[in-house]
Design a protein around this ligand. Structure first.
Ligand SMILES: Cc1cc2nc3c(=O)[nH]c(=O)nc-3n(C[C@H](O)[C@H](O)[C@H](O)COP(=O)(O)OP(=O)(O)OC[C@H]3O[C@@H](n4cnc5c(N)ncnc54)[C@H](O)[C@@H]3O)c2cc1C
Length: 503
């Protein structure tokens, strides 16, 4: 019998936290294996509000540590991947019935000054009767504040971390569930099951990180047979996608009379992403879906502020995710901390590091802190390195995407503007790896609808672990939103016949 492969670190979960930790560890010289039971980011990390933000509303809950860390991370992440992360201005209409204007202004003053803001412009006050951002807002709202945060393609952030980890030597297994872990003589023996074939294999590892997000307790109990005094609280959040109904590039943030805030963000060019809700959730995380009362709630809040009235029939798509929040005993789901906490179980010299909570925004710091917690087990591993590192495709001079886009237009004069932007935004400086030697649209192979051509699909299968239609049209790209049902069906048929073996 052959000996199982042995790794320094085994990471359970290919969401943003697992992928971030695998990348950080591989860059420090550890041998790393990461397994994901479904697709990368198929859990919560493709279902977020897609903001790299300090979290203005967390100031009300005195989460100063988290907000400061997140504010600083905005520009760190912007510099590392300016193709998938970009600045956005948020217009917050003042509503006399909700928080007083002085309180909002004080929060924004702190937001501007808590740290890390060099590039992003600060807050300004807007007269909604005169400034263009006010044109779509109902007349009774006359004043607003405008502040900065950043937008991120969440699922691609996960994939880029996995690509970087793999390029630094990590092994990434998708559609592979960790089914058991047990300690033996100061090491872990781990059993993995290929979700497609059912085949079970064993590996060994010196340390295990449990980054299973909403499944973290399941892994502690069922998979590792361990205990933890900590746990996660599952809070569901849903979003709707509708046609965009304002002309600027800014987003809006509106307050509801239940004290919650709703984001109305420009999305995929001509659409808007609206969310989110905050509902305690006890079902299986895999089964989460937006329900009708949530969709009605989101539409009602928007209609309270905007002149144009959204209807149920405007909703193109909805999706829902489960926040794996660290359970700090708070009753109100909106008040539960958004900060992250570790639990290091060090029995028998074989560490298990459980990760509770954490946001997309703070994944890099969370990963750094996770590796610091494991430092004593790997005294020779490298130090912190990700603060100034670039994610794959982010090699864009001065993180200036606008100038980069102009260069691309000169390099690919035959490519339609929309398609250059699509490739530039998804692959950044690695665009040439997708396009290859093509010198015309024909050279990109079969066209499936929207911006999706065969060359891109083959790249995603070859380099980014795409194995199904949804991996391609929903998580690696958002072309699902641009394709007709007929085009999707044709693509599915082609993918099945052409790519099933390669994937
Ligand atoms: C509605 C909503 C809006 C949000 N908005 C924002 C936002 O705007 N900005 C922000 O910064 N954060 C936001 N968040 C928070 C953020 O999305 C999450 O905190 C983050 O995605 C959690 O990442 P994770 O890696 O811990 O979990 P996940 O992404 O869920 O990853 C865990 C992975 O582990 C895998 N797994 C589980 N068990 C096993 C096993 N036994 N074997 C192998 N794999 C396993 C799962 O399949 C899953 O893919 C939002 C969250 C929600 C729900």
């Amino acid at each position: 019998m052959t000996e199982p492969e042995t790794y320094d670190l085994f990471v359970i979960g290919g969401g943003i936290n697992g992928a971030g930790i695998a990348r950080d560890a591989a860059g420090r010289g550890l041998s790393v294996l990461m397994c994901e039971k479904d697709d990368l980011a198929e859990g919560t990390s493709s279902r977020s509000g897609k903001l790299v933000h300090g979290g203005l509303r967390y100031l009300e809950y005195y989460e100063f540590r988290l907000v400061r860390e997140a504010l600083i991370e905005r520009e760190v992440l912007l510099n590392s991947a300016s193709h998938i992360i970009w600045p956005m201005r948020f217009v917050l209409p003042h509503s006399p019935d909700d928080r007083p204007a002085w309180l909002v202004r004080l929060g924004l003053f702190l937001y501007d000054h808590l740290g890390g803001r060099n590039k992003l412009p600060g807050t300004r006050t807007i007269d909604l009767r005169r400034d263009p951002e006010g044109a779509v807002i109902q007349d009774q709202y006359t004043k607003a504040f405008e502040y900065s945060d950043c937008w991120v393609d969440d699922a691609r952030l996960v994939v880029l971390n996995a690509v970087d980890a793999a390029e630094k030597g990590a092994r990434i297994l998708t559609r592979t569930a960790c089914v058991s872990t047990r300690r033996e003589n100061g090491m872990w023996t781990v059993q993995l099951r290929d979700s497609r074939t059912g085949a079970v294999t064993s590996i060994r590892a010196r340390a295990v990180v449990n980054a299973a997000g909403p499944w973290v307790n399941d892994v502690i109990g069922r998979v590792a047979g361990a205990n933890s005094r900590r746990s996660v609280r599952l809070v569901k959040g849903s979003h709707i996608i509708v046609p965009k109904f304002w002309s600027g590039q800014n987003a809006y943030l509106v307050q509801n009379n239940d004290k919650r805030v709703i984001f109305i963000n420009p999305y995929e060019g001509d659409k808007a992403l609206i969310g989110t809700t905050d509902i305690p959730y006890e079902g299986a995380p895999e089964a989460v879906a937006a329900d009708e009362p949530e969709i009605d709630y989101l539409i009602t809040v928007v209609n309270r502020y905007f002149k144009e009235k959204l209807r149920r029939s405007d909703v193109i798509e909805s999706f829902s995710g489960v926040r794996p929040l660290f359970d700090d005993g708070q009753g109100n789901p909106s008040a539960v901390t958004r900060d992250y906490v570790f639990d290091l179980d060090e029995q028998d010299g074989a560490p298990l590091l459980n990760v509770f909570g954490g946001k997309i925004t703070t994944f890099r710091k969370l990963s750094e802190h996770a590796l610091q917690r494991l430092q004593k087990y790997f005294p020779k591993m490298g130090g912190d390195w990700t603060a100034n590192a670039i994610l794959p495709g982010g090699e864009i001079p001065n993180a200036d995407y606008v100038a980069f886009f102009e260069t691309l237009r000169m390099d690919y004069p035959w490519m339609p503007r929309d398609l250059i932007n699509h490739y530039g935004r998804l692959y950044g400086a690695r665009l040439h790896e997708v396009v290859g030697n093509a010198t015309s649209l024909d050279g990109l192979g079969r066209h499936f609808g929207g911006n999706l051509y065969e060359a891109e699909v083959r790249y995603l299968v070859r380099k980014e672990w795409a194995q199904t239609v949804e991996d391609v049209v929903w998580r690696r790209t958002k072309e699902s939103l641009r394709m007709t049902p007929r085009q999707k069906a044709d693509f599915a048929e082609w993918f099945q016949s052409e790519m099933a073996d390669a994937a």
